[in-house]
Design a protein around this ligand. Structure first.
Ligand code: SF4
Length: 409
Protein backbone atom coordinates (compact mmCIF):
# COMPACT_ATOMS: atom_id res chain seq x y z
CA UNK A 1 0.00 0.00 0.00
CA UNK A 2 1.32 3.47 -0.90
CA UNK A 3 1.95 6.07 1.79
CA UNK A 4 -0.82 8.28 0.40
CA UNK A 5 -3.36 5.49 0.93
CA UNK A 6 -2.99 5.36 4.73
CA UNK A 7 -3.12 7.85 7.58
CA UNK A 8 0.51 8.79 8.14
CA UNK A 9 -0.15 11.16 11.02
CA UNK A 10 -2.65 11.79 13.79
CA UNK A 11 -3.33 15.31 15.03
CA UNK A 12 -5.12 16.13 18.29
CA UNK A 13 -6.30 19.67 18.87
CA UNK A 14 -6.60 21.38 22.25
CA UNK A 15 -8.50 24.65 21.76
CA UNK A 16 -7.57 26.19 25.12
CA UNK A 17 -5.03 28.83 26.11
CA UNK A 18 -4.53 30.64 29.39
CA UNK A 19 -4.74 33.98 27.60
CA UNK A 20 -5.24 34.93 23.98
CA UNK A 21 -2.07 36.33 22.39
CA UNK A 22 -2.64 39.64 20.62
CA UNK A 23 -1.71 38.30 17.15
CA UNK A 24 -3.48 34.95 17.30
CA UNK A 25 -6.34 33.85 15.07
CA UNK A 26 -6.02 30.08 15.71
CA UNK A 27 -9.05 28.18 17.02
CA UNK A 28 -8.06 28.62 20.66
CA UNK A 29 -9.93 30.22 23.52
CA UNK A 30 -9.08 31.54 26.96
CA UNK A 31 -11.39 31.54 29.94
CA UNK A 32 -12.98 28.08 29.83
CA UNK A 33 -12.99 26.62 33.37
CA UNK A 34 -11.47 23.28 34.34
CA UNK A 35 -14.87 21.55 34.25
CA UNK A 36 -15.28 22.45 30.56
CA UNK A 37 -11.77 21.23 29.78
CA UNK A 38 -12.61 17.84 31.29
CA UNK A 39 -15.87 17.71 29.33
CA UNK A 40 -13.86 18.53 26.23
CA UNK A 41 -11.40 15.68 26.80
CA UNK A 42 -14.31 13.27 27.33
CA UNK A 43 -15.87 14.50 24.06
CA UNK A 44 -12.50 14.15 22.31
CA UNK A 45 -12.27 10.52 23.46
CA UNK A 46 -15.75 9.86 22.11
CA UNK A 47 -14.75 11.29 18.76
CA UNK A 48 -11.57 9.17 18.72
CA UNK A 49 -13.61 6.05 19.50
CA UNK A 50 -16.26 6.89 16.91
CA UNK A 51 -13.74 7.56 14.14
CA UNK A 52 -12.05 4.23 14.81
CA UNK A 53 -15.27 2.49 13.89
CA UNK A 54 -15.77 4.33 10.61
CA UNK A 55 -12.02 4.46 9.84
CA UNK A 56 -11.81 6.00 6.38
CA UNK A 57 -8.23 4.81 5.84
CA UNK A 58 -5.95 2.37 7.64
CA UNK A 59 -3.50 3.87 10.12
CA UNK A 60 0.08 3.28 9.01
CA UNK A 61 2.30 1.53 11.53
CA UNK A 62 4.54 4.32 12.79
CA UNK A 63 2.03 7.09 12.00
CA UNK A 64 3.19 10.24 13.77
CA UNK A 65 1.31 11.76 16.70
CA UNK A 66 1.00 15.52 17.21
CA UNK A 67 -0.77 17.23 20.10
CA UNK A 68 -1.21 20.85 18.98
CA UNK A 69 -3.29 23.84 19.86
CA UNK A 70 -4.09 26.15 21.38
CA UNK A 71 -1.98 24.96 24.25
CA UNK A 72 -2.17 21.20 24.90
CA UNK A 73 -0.23 21.68 28.12
CA UNK A 74 -3.10 23.71 29.57
CA UNK A 75 -4.64 20.28 30.13
CA UNK A 76 -3.66 18.31 33.22
CA UNK A 77 -1.36 15.31 32.80
CA UNK A 78 -4.33 13.09 33.64
CA UNK A 79 -6.34 14.64 30.79
CA UNK A 80 -3.45 14.26 28.36
CA UNK A 81 -2.95 10.69 29.64
CA UNK A 82 -6.64 9.96 29.12
CA UNK A 83 -6.35 11.07 25.49
CA UNK A 84 -3.14 9.08 24.90
CA UNK A 85 -4.74 5.96 26.40
CA UNK A 86 -7.77 6.41 24.18
CA UNK A 87 -5.61 6.78 21.06
CA UNK A 88 -3.78 3.57 21.98
CA UNK A 89 -6.93 1.70 22.78
CA UNK A 90 -8.49 2.52 19.42
CA UNK A 91 -5.41 1.88 17.30
CA UNK A 92 -4.41 5.44 16.40
CA UNK A 93 -1.19 5.41 18.44
CA UNK A 94 0.78 2.60 16.76
CA UNK A 95 4.52 2.73 17.45
CA UNK A 96 4.66 6.34 16.27
CA UNK A 97 7.81 7.34 14.42
CA UNK A 98 7.43 10.57 16.37
CA UNK A 99 5.13 11.77 19.16
CA UNK A 100 5.19 15.53 19.63
CA UNK A 101 3.42 17.79 22.07
CA UNK A 102 3.33 21.57 21.75
CA UNK A 103 3.83 23.51 24.94
CA UNK A 104 3.68 27.09 26.05
CA UNK A 105 6.65 27.75 28.37
CA UNK A 106 4.25 29.31 30.88
CA UNK A 107 2.35 26.04 31.34
CA UNK A 108 5.02 23.42 32.10
CA UNK A 109 7.34 22.51 34.94
CA UNK A 110 9.85 19.71 35.41
CA UNK A 111 7.34 17.34 36.98
CA UNK A 112 4.79 17.80 34.20
CA UNK A 113 7.46 17.37 31.54
CA UNK A 114 8.60 14.12 33.17
CA UNK A 115 5.08 12.72 33.05
CA UNK A 116 4.73 13.74 29.40
CA UNK A 117 7.88 11.75 28.62
CA UNK A 118 6.46 8.76 30.51
CA UNK A 119 3.27 9.00 28.49
CA UNK A 120 5.32 8.46 25.34
CA UNK A 121 6.02 11.94 23.96
CA UNK A 122 9.63 12.11 22.85
CA UNK A 123 9.54 15.44 21.04
CA UNK A 124 8.38 18.79 22.38
CA UNK A 125 7.73 21.98 20.46
CA UNK A 126 7.98 25.07 22.66
CA UNK A 127 6.36 28.35 21.64
CA UNK A 128 9.22 30.64 22.63
CA UNK A 129 8.65 33.39 20.01
CA UNK A 130 11.32 35.72 21.41
CA UNK A 131 13.84 35.90 24.23
CA UNK A 132 13.23 39.63 24.82
CA UNK A 133 10.66 40.43 27.50
CA UNK A 134 9.61 43.64 25.75
CA UNK A 135 8.71 41.71 22.61
CA UNK A 136 6.93 38.94 24.51
CA UNK A 137 4.86 41.62 26.19
CA UNK A 138 4.09 43.25 22.82
CA UNK A 139 2.77 39.89 21.61
CA UNK A 140 0.69 39.33 24.76
CA UNK A 141 2.53 36.12 25.64
CA UNK A 142 2.03 34.76 29.15
CA UNK A 143 5.69 33.91 29.79
CA UNK A 144 8.98 35.74 30.14
CA UNK A 145 12.23 35.04 28.30
CA UNK A 146 13.67 33.44 31.42
CA UNK A 147 10.68 31.10 31.74
CA UNK A 148 11.16 30.06 28.12
CA UNK A 149 14.84 29.22 28.69
CA UNK A 150 13.91 27.38 31.89
CA UNK A 151 11.27 25.35 30.04
CA UNK A 152 13.89 24.29 27.49
CA UNK A 153 16.35 23.31 30.22
CA UNK A 154 13.68 21.39 32.11
CA UNK A 155 12.56 19.60 28.94
CA UNK A 156 16.15 18.40 28.57
CA UNK A 157 16.25 17.28 32.22
CA UNK A 158 12.97 15.45 31.75
CA UNK A 159 14.57 13.43 28.95
CA UNK A 160 13.29 15.15 25.80
CA UNK A 161 16.07 14.66 23.28
CA UNK A 162 14.14 16.29 20.46
CA UNK A 163 13.24 19.86 21.38
CA UNK A 164 12.03 22.48 18.96
CA UNK A 165 11.60 26.21 19.58
CA UNK A 166 9.23 28.43 17.61
CA UNK A 167 10.54 31.96 17.09
CA UNK A 168 9.01 34.97 15.43
CA UNK A 169 10.40 37.85 13.41
CA UNK A 170 8.69 41.15 12.67
CA UNK A 171 7.43 41.64 16.24
CA UNK A 172 6.48 45.20 17.31
CA UNK A 173 9.54 46.96 18.78
CA UNK A 174 11.85 44.17 17.53
CA UNK A 175 15.16 45.35 16.06
CA UNK A 176 17.78 43.53 14.02
CA UNK A 177 19.96 43.53 17.10
CA UNK A 178 17.32 42.17 19.48
CA UNK A 179 16.43 39.47 16.95
CA UNK A 180 20.09 38.51 16.63
CA UNK A 181 20.32 38.26 20.43
CA UNK A 182 17.33 35.91 20.49
CA UNK A 183 18.79 33.73 17.74
CA UNK A 184 22.18 33.58 19.43
CA UNK A 185 20.72 32.70 22.81
CA UNK A 186 18.59 29.95 21.26
CA UNK A 187 21.63 28.56 19.49
CA UNK A 188 23.53 28.40 22.78
CA UNK A 189 20.84 26.00 24.01
CA UNK A 190 21.79 23.41 21.33
CA UNK A 191 18.33 22.52 20.07
CA UNK A 192 17.89 20.12 17.19
CA UNK A 193 15.04 22.06 15.59
CA UNK A 194 14.05 25.71 15.27
CA UNK A 195 11.11 27.26 13.40
CA UNK A 196 11.13 30.96 12.56
CA UNK A 197 7.89 32.52 11.36
CA UNK A 198 7.32 36.08 10.21
CA UNK A 199 4.57 37.75 12.16
CA UNK A 200 1.45 38.01 10.02
CA UNK A 201 -1.17 40.57 10.92
CA UNK A 202 -4.32 38.47 10.88
CA UNK A 203 -7.66 40.12 10.32
CA UNK A 204 -9.76 40.66 13.45
CA UNK A 205 -6.89 40.25 15.93
CA UNK A 206 -6.16 42.79 18.64
CA UNK A 207 -2.75 43.43 17.14
CA UNK A 208 -4.28 44.27 13.79
CA UNK A 209 -6.50 46.88 15.44
CA UNK A 210 -3.57 48.34 17.38
CA UNK A 211 -1.48 48.64 14.22
CA UNK A 212 -4.38 50.06 12.20
CA UNK A 213 -5.01 52.74 14.84
CA UNK A 214 -1.32 53.68 14.91
CA UNK A 215 -0.83 52.66 18.55
CA UNK A 216 1.66 49.97 17.60
CA UNK A 217 4.25 49.96 14.85
CA UNK A 218 5.80 46.98 13.12
CA UNK A 219 9.42 46.81 11.94
CA UNK A 220 9.80 48.27 8.43
CA UNK A 221 10.43 46.20 5.30
CA UNK A 222 14.17 46.63 5.32
CA UNK A 223 14.42 45.46 8.93
CA UNK A 224 12.19 42.48 8.12
CA UNK A 225 14.43 41.61 5.18
CA UNK A 226 17.59 41.81 7.29
CA UNK A 227 16.01 39.50 9.87
CA UNK A 228 15.03 37.07 7.14
CA UNK A 229 18.59 36.95 5.79
CA UNK A 230 20.06 36.65 9.26
CA UNK A 231 17.84 33.69 10.15
CA UNK A 232 19.13 31.36 7.47
CA UNK A 233 22.68 32.60 7.75
CA UNK A 234 23.02 32.17 11.53
CA UNK A 235 21.04 28.95 11.88
CA UNK A 236 22.77 27.20 9.00
CA UNK A 237 26.19 28.23 10.25
CA UNK A 238 25.23 26.58 13.54
CA UNK A 239 24.38 23.29 11.77
CA UNK A 240 20.60 23.71 11.54
CA UNK A 241 19.78 23.15 7.89
CA UNK A 242 16.79 24.81 6.35
CA UNK A 243 14.43 22.10 5.14
CA UNK A 244 11.25 24.14 4.75
CA UNK A 245 10.53 27.84 4.26
CA UNK A 246 10.35 28.47 8.03
CA UNK A 247 11.94 25.33 9.50
CA UNK A 248 15.52 24.40 10.35
CA UNK A 249 16.88 21.19 11.81
CA UNK A 250 19.98 19.18 12.48
CA UNK A 251 19.88 16.68 9.56
CA UNK A 252 17.66 13.75 10.56
CA UNK A 253 15.83 15.80 13.22
CA UNK A 254 13.21 17.34 10.92
CA UNK A 255 9.58 17.18 12.05
CA UNK A 256 8.26 13.93 10.57
CA UNK A 257 4.72 14.97 11.36
CA UNK A 258 4.94 18.24 9.47
CA UNK A 259 6.52 16.40 6.56
CA UNK A 260 3.32 14.37 6.34
CA UNK A 261 1.51 17.67 5.59
CA UNK A 262 4.13 18.87 3.12
CA UNK A 263 4.21 15.51 1.33
CA UNK A 264 0.42 15.82 1.04
CA UNK A 265 -0.12 12.51 2.81
CA UNK A 266 -3.31 11.64 4.70
CA UNK A 267 -3.67 12.40 8.40
CA UNK A 268 -6.42 11.93 10.94
CA UNK A 269 -7.40 14.84 13.18
CA UNK A 270 -9.53 15.04 16.31
CA UNK A 271 -10.88 17.90 18.39
CA UNK A 272 -12.74 21.18 17.95
CA UNK A 273 -11.54 22.97 14.81
CA UNK A 274 -9.35 20.03 13.76
CA UNK A 275 -9.12 19.26 10.04
CA UNK A 276 -8.50 15.71 8.78
CA UNK A 277 -7.24 14.87 5.29
CA UNK A 278 -7.85 11.60 3.44
CA UNK A 279 -5.95 12.34 0.24
CA UNK A 280 -9.06 13.24 -1.72
CA UNK A 281 -11.09 15.12 0.85
CA UNK A 282 -11.05 17.06 4.10
CA UNK A 283 -13.23 16.97 7.16
CA UNK A 284 -13.23 20.03 9.40
CA UNK A 285 -14.74 19.82 12.86
CA UNK A 286 -16.73 22.67 14.34
CA UNK A 287 -14.42 25.10 16.14
CA UNK A 288 -17.21 25.95 18.58
CA UNK A 289 -16.15 24.26 21.83
CA UNK A 290 -19.59 24.10 23.54
CA UNK A 291 -21.12 22.80 20.28
CA UNK A 292 -18.37 20.17 19.97
CA UNK A 293 -18.85 19.03 23.57
CA UNK A 294 -22.65 18.97 23.34
CA UNK A 295 -22.57 17.13 20.02
CA UNK A 296 -20.37 14.31 21.26
CA UNK A 297 -22.09 14.22 24.65
CA UNK A 298 -25.27 13.15 22.94
CA UNK A 299 -23.75 9.65 22.81
CA UNK A 300 -23.79 9.56 26.60
CA UNK A 301 -20.88 7.88 28.32
CA UNK A 302 -21.88 4.46 29.60
CA UNK A 303 -18.96 3.56 31.80
CA UNK A 304 -15.38 4.39 32.55
CA UNK A 305 -12.50 1.97 32.40
CA UNK A 306 -9.01 2.01 33.78
CA UNK A 307 -6.24 1.76 31.22
CA UNK A 308 -2.73 0.45 31.42
CA UNK A 309 -1.57 3.99 32.33
CA UNK A 310 -4.18 4.20 35.06
CA UNK A 311 -5.83 7.12 33.29
CA UNK A 312 -9.54 7.08 32.71
CA UNK A 313 -10.69 6.51 29.17
CA UNK A 314 -14.12 6.93 27.65
CA UNK A 315 -15.99 3.74 26.83
CA UNK A 316 -16.66 3.36 23.08
CA UNK A 317 -19.60 5.46 21.98
CA UNK A 318 -20.44 3.14 19.11
CA UNK A 319 -21.89 0.62 21.57
CA UNK A 320 -24.72 3.05 22.25
CA UNK A 321 -25.68 3.21 18.57
CA UNK A 322 -24.93 6.91 18.63
CA UNK A 323 -24.83 8.80 15.32
CA UNK A 324 -23.50 12.37 15.65
CA UNK A 325 -25.29 15.24 13.96
CA UNK A 326 -23.82 16.42 10.67
CA UNK A 327 -23.17 20.03 11.81
CA UNK A 328 -20.44 18.69 14.08
CA UNK A 329 -18.20 18.78 11.02
CA UNK A 330 -18.09 19.79 7.37
CA UNK A 331 -16.62 17.78 4.54
CA UNK A 332 -15.02 18.93 1.32
CA UNK A 333 -14.17 16.76 -1.64
CA UNK A 334 -11.04 17.60 -3.59
CA UNK A 335 -11.02 16.99 -7.32
CA UNK A 336 -7.87 15.65 -9.01
CA UNK A 337 -6.80 19.08 -10.32
CA UNK A 338 -6.97 20.55 -6.80
CA UNK A 339 -5.07 17.60 -5.35
CA UNK A 340 -2.28 18.07 -7.90
CA UNK A 341 -2.16 21.81 -7.30
CA UNK A 342 -2.07 21.40 -3.50
CA UNK A 343 0.62 18.72 -3.71
CA UNK A 344 2.79 21.13 -5.70
CA UNK A 345 2.26 24.04 -3.33
CA UNK A 346 2.88 21.98 -0.20
CA UNK A 347 5.90 20.21 -1.70
CA UNK A 348 7.56 23.41 -2.88
CA UNK A 349 7.61 24.65 0.71
CA UNK A 350 10.37 22.12 1.37
CA UNK A 351 13.92 22.65 0.17
CA UNK A 352 13.87 19.10 -1.28
CA UNK A 353 10.98 20.24 -3.51
CA UNK A 354 8.48 18.05 -5.33
CA UNK A 355 9.55 14.53 -6.33
CA UNK A 356 8.62 14.30 -10.02
CA UNK A 357 8.72 10.50 -10.07
CA UNK A 358 6.28 10.31 -7.14
CA UNK A 359 3.95 12.72 -8.95
CA UNK A 360 4.01 10.34 -11.90
CA UNK A 361 3.22 7.39 -9.62
CA UNK A 362 0.52 9.14 -7.63
CA UNK A 363 -1.28 11.19 -10.28
CA UNK A 364 0.06 9.76 -13.54
CA UNK A 365 1.39 13.13 -14.70
CA UNK A 366 4.61 14.55 -16.01
CA UNK A 367 4.71 17.72 -13.91
CA UNK A 368 6.86 19.69 -16.35
CA UNK A 369 4.44 18.95 -19.21
CA UNK A 370 1.28 19.34 -17.09
CA UNK A 371 2.40 22.80 -15.91
CA UNK A 372 4.25 23.84 -19.08
CA UNK A 373 2.28 27.07 -19.59
CA UNK A 374 2.21 27.91 -15.90
CA UNK A 375 5.97 27.50 -15.65
CA UNK A 376 6.41 29.90 -18.55
CA UNK A 377 4.44 32.53 -16.60
CA UNK A 378 6.82 32.36 -13.62
CA UNK A 379 7.57 35.97 -12.54
CA UNK A 380 11.33 35.27 -12.64
CA UNK A 381 12.84 32.04 -14.02
CA UNK A 382 15.52 31.89 -11.31
CA UNK A 383 12.85 31.21 -8.67
CA UNK A 384 12.59 27.49 -9.51
CA UNK A 385 15.05 24.79 -10.48
CA UNK A 386 14.89 21.13 -11.42
CA UNK A 387 17.56 19.04 -9.71
CA UNK A 388 17.86 15.24 -9.39
CA UNK A 389 14.26 14.62 -10.38
CA UNK A 390 12.90 17.27 -7.99
CA UNK A 391 11.32 20.61 -8.84
CA UNK A 392 12.22 23.03 -6.08
CA UNK A 393 12.43 26.67 -5.10
CA UNK A 394 15.87 28.22 -5.30
CA UNK A 395 17.06 30.11 -2.18
CA UNK A 396 15.98 33.26 -4.04
CA UNK A 397 12.55 31.73 -4.81
CA UNK A 398 12.10 30.81 -1.11
CA UNK A 399 11.86 34.51 -0.32
CA UNK A 400 8.95 34.95 -2.70
CA UNK A 401 7.26 31.58 -2.23
CA UNK A 402 3.72 32.94 -2.55
CA UNK A 403 4.42 34.47 -5.97
CA UNK A 404 5.60 31.08 -7.20
CA UNK A 405 2.72 29.16 -5.61
CA UNK A 406 0.23 31.34 -7.49
CA UNK A 407 1.18 29.80 -10.82
CA UNK A 408 0.16 26.33 -9.58
CA UNK A 409 -3.33 27.38 -8.41
S1 SF4 B 1 -0.48 30.40 22.88
FE1 SF4 B 1 -0.56 30.00 20.67
S2 SF4 B 1 -2.65 29.31 20.25
FE2 SF4 B 1 -2.65 30.24 22.30
S3 SF4 B 1 -3.31 32.32 21.96
FE3 SF4 B 1 -1.06 32.33 21.93
S4 SF4 B 1 -0.51 32.04 19.76
FE4 SF4 B 1 -2.68 31.50 19.99
Amino acid sequence: MERWEQFQGVYIHTPFCLRKCLYCDFPSYAGFPETVRQEYVDALCREIAFRSQERELPVADGATIYFGGGTPTVLTVDQIGQTVACLKRYGWWRNPAEATIEANPGTVDLEKLRVLRQLGFERISLGVQSLQDRELCALGRIHTAEQAVQAIEEAKQAGFRRISADLMSGIPCQTVRSFRNTLDRILQLNLSHVSVYSLILEEGTTLERLVASGQVELPDEETAYLMYEMTTDRLERAGLTRYEISNYAVPGEESFHNKVYWHYEPYAAFGAGACAFTGNGRRTNTADVPEYIAGWKAGELEAKIETEFNHKCAEPVMNSGFVPDAPLWETEELDRKTQISETMIMGLRMTEGVDLHKMQQRFGIDVLAYYREALQSLPEPQMLECVDGHLRLTPYGMRYGNRVFEIFV
